[in-house]
Ligand binder design. Structure first.
Ligand code: UDP
Ligand code: MG
Length: 312
């Protein structure tokens, strides 16, 4: 017997959950036909929803003991949801799936086969189009992946979704990374393991709305860069060095000029420009350092990644 845990982070998904449950049950049956010794469990992570999400999940549990849940004391974010799911699942295999059916369950049998038949440790998905997304958001997303892959040695795949199935070994590897500022896409790259990629076109959600505002995504992308690269720090140092060099050359130039041509006082406007420019760069670099300091500060507090209020 082996067990497959389906982990579903949910935040205000009361409308999507019934659709999702129907689909995942179909897929589970399909899997059961092909792999007679495979059982499934469905682990819903209620990420502090303020609607009837938890109630819906409890209703499902009444009729189906394969359904389990962990309910957070407040909204901790999807990353915390994923961590809680991996920590609380009992499966030999675990798959993370959105509740909105943007991660098609119909792909699951193929992904599972890649693990048991082809010897992969993990099968992951990426979307090849960003259809149905605002163009400006797609543009910034592309930029983000280009920048982070330049800055970080860890490979972060463009368009990778969180929809991924993995073996127990990989689950344990992820759980061993206890950082509070979690950026799962980077964590996958960092731990390694052999991954098979599946591609599909973007699918729009069945019900409800996206929980990601532009601002939230921007903060998340900074989190990703700070978590998986220290290059911005080196960049700040380099910038400092560069301007020191320029200042040095200018000093020599001015000293010689004064000695040769005398010293008529002028150049006040250019001075103001230079001071504000350098001032701006200094503040920027301090901001960069501050960002790392803030993350380090939060990590040293060693707070739990999530707090569960109820679980079954
Ligand atoms: N989600 C969550 N906590 C949050 C935000 C989202 O658990 O704070 C869940 C959400 O319920 C969904 C999944 O993460 O199952 C993906 O969220 P969403 O569909 O809003 O993101 P998108 O697909 O638009 O990137
Ligand atoms: Mg979605």
């Amino acid at each position: 017997m082996s067990l497959l845990s389906v982990i579903v982070p949910c935040y205000n998904e009361e409308d999507a959950i019934p659709f999702f449950y129907k689909e995942i049950c179909k897929t589970a049956e399909e899997l059961k036909k092909e792999f007679a010794d495979l059982e499934c469990e469905f682990l819903f992570i209620d990420d502090g929803s303020v609607d009837k999400t938890l109630l819906k999940v409890k209703e499902l549990r009444e009729g189906d003991k394969r359904v389990h849940f962990v309910s957070f004391s407040r909204n901790f974010g999807k990353e915390a949801g994923i961590y809680a799911g991996l920590e609380n699942c009992r499966g030999d295999y675990a798959v993370i799936m959105d509740a909105d059916l943007q991660d098609p369950p119909s792909l699951l049998p193929d992904m599972y086969r890649a693990l048991v038949r082809e010897g992969y440790d993990s099968a992951a998905t990426r979307r090849v189009t960003r259809k149905g997304e605002p163009p400006i958001r797609s543009f910034f997303a592309r930029m983000f992946y280009r920048i982070i892959n330049r800055l970080s040695k860890t490979e972060i795949v463009d368009g990778a979704r969180d929809y991924r199935i993995m073996t127990r070994r990989m689950v344990d590897a992820i759980l061993s990374m206890k950082e509070v500022n979690r950026f799962t896409k980077g964590i996958y790259g960092w731990i390694g393991f052999k991954t098979k990629w599946f591609e599909y076109e973007n699918i729009e959600r069945v019900a409800g709305e996206t929980k990601w505002s532009f601002w939230k995504l921007l903060l998340y992308s900074i989190e990703g860069i700070v978590a998986f690269s220290t290059t911005p720090l080196a960049f700040a140092a380099m910038l400092g060095l560069f301007f020191t060099l320029i200042a040095f050359i200018l000093i020599i130039f001015i000293v010689i000029k004064t000695l040769v041509y005398g010293d008529p006082t002028n150049g006040w406007p250019s001075m103001v420009c230079i001071i504000t420019f350098i001032g701006g760069i200094q503040l920027f670099c301090m901001g960069v350092i501050g960002e790392y300091l803030a993350k380090a500060y939060m990590e040293t507090k060693n707070r739990p990644i999530y707090i569960s209020k109820e679980e079954e």
